[in-house]
Design a protein around this ligand. Structure first.
Ligand SMILES: Cc1cc2nc3c(=O)[nH]c(=O)nc-3n(C[C@H](O)[C@H](O)[C@H](O)COP(=O)(O)O)c2cc1C
Length: 297
């Protein structure tokens, strides 16, 4: 009998697959649908204190092995979000992680305190979105740790900080976040990039620059997660380009406790069902009975 259950900061998950923040927009019905399909947990799109329009279309390019997006964190602002998130938290068959984004430590703290009231299982601090102007907290260890420690002082539920692989030493940044009180690390966010239409002779995205996700970033994500594991003992939600059960197994082997799935939803209508089935198949072939059996030989 194969047991897919796992725990993340004391939260019981029916399986380690977690919906990544934002890939399917802000629709709360989508969170419920993905949870019903079989995700172990779901993460909401990053919300901010005030509404954000985001960038003008085109904002997402879907190529064969990758996606480029510059959505720009469009969301209706925390007051609207809270109404929808409360509904999702009540009706979702899987735990809901709420992602938040702001551009200063003080505003992050204010937002986290508002979100804590609706009792998600965890708050994820989006410190690494490459598509917005303003401070990128993940880019150096001291600013990431300062953010974690300020939010931790005011909020009692577990917090995760979402990091980027586009830094010199993600392991060190994660370690300082752990020391500052982070309960979990989420890695990785999209990687800064650009696409050019040579026939039109201009950048494809209205925003010019975007964030790369999907299969192309999987090896980068694996290395980042493994580096974080070498520096940290806290749980990791590891993801970036996970499209199959074998990818999920590799991510767990690299050191993740849970595996996020995002861009794969653009390729497969029932990505969670597919990846879960393949993970079970892998475990059966390897004679593994539980998730913790998935580790380096
Ligand atoms: C269209 C789109 C929107 C995204 N929006 C967010 C967001 O609001 N907050 C966030 O933390 N990450 C956001 N991400 C990043 C994903 O959560 C994920 O970290 C990244 O896409 C890598 O994983 P993947 O290759 O499985 O998609 C977004 C990604 C995409 C493709």
């Amino acid at each position: 009998m194969i047991d897919l259950t796992t725990t993340l900061c004391g939260i019981k998950l029916s399986n380690p697959l977690v919906l990544a923040s934002g890939v399917k927009g802000t629709d709360k019905e989508m969170l419920i649908r993905i949870a019903k399909e079989g995700a172990g947990a779901v993460t909401s799109k990053s919300c901010s204190l005030e509404p954000r329009e985001g960038h003008e279309n085109p904002t997402v390019l879907d190529y064969k092995y990758y996606l480029i997006n510059a959505v720009g964190l469009s969301n209706p602002g925390v007051e609207e979000e809270i109404k929808e998130l409360e509904y999702a938290i009540k009706n979702c068959p899987a735990p809901v992680i709420v992602s938040i984004y702001e551009n200063s430590v003080e505003r992050f703290v204010l937002l986290a305190k508002k979100i804590e009231k609706i009792k998600p299982v965890m708050i994820e601090l989006d410190a690494s979105c490459p598509n917005v102007k303003g401070k990128l907290f993940c880019s150096c260890a001291s600013s990431a740790a300062e953010l974690v420690s300020a939010v931790k002082k005011e909020v009692k539920i577990p917090i995760s900080i979402k990091l980027s692989a586009a830094v010199a030493d993600i392991g060190q940044i994660a370690k300082e976040c752990q020391d500052a009180g982070a309960d979990c690390i989420t890695a990785i966010n999209t990687i800064p990039c650009m696409a050019i239409d040579v026939w039109a002779r201009k950048p494809i995205l209205t925003n010019k620059y975007g964030g790369l996700s999907g299969q192309a970033i999987f090896p980068i994500a694996l290395r980042a997660v493994n580096q974080i594991r070498e520096y940290c003992t806290i749980p990791i939600i590891g993801g970036g380009g996970v499209y199959s059960g074998e990818d999920a197994a590799a991510m767990l082997m690299a050191g993740a406790n849970a595996v996020s799935v995002g861009s794969a939803l653009y390729r497969y209508k029932f990505a969670f069902r597919k990846i879960k089935r393949e993970l079970i198949e892998y475990m059966r072939k390897m004679n593994f009975e539980k998730i913790s059996d998935i580790k380096f030989a």
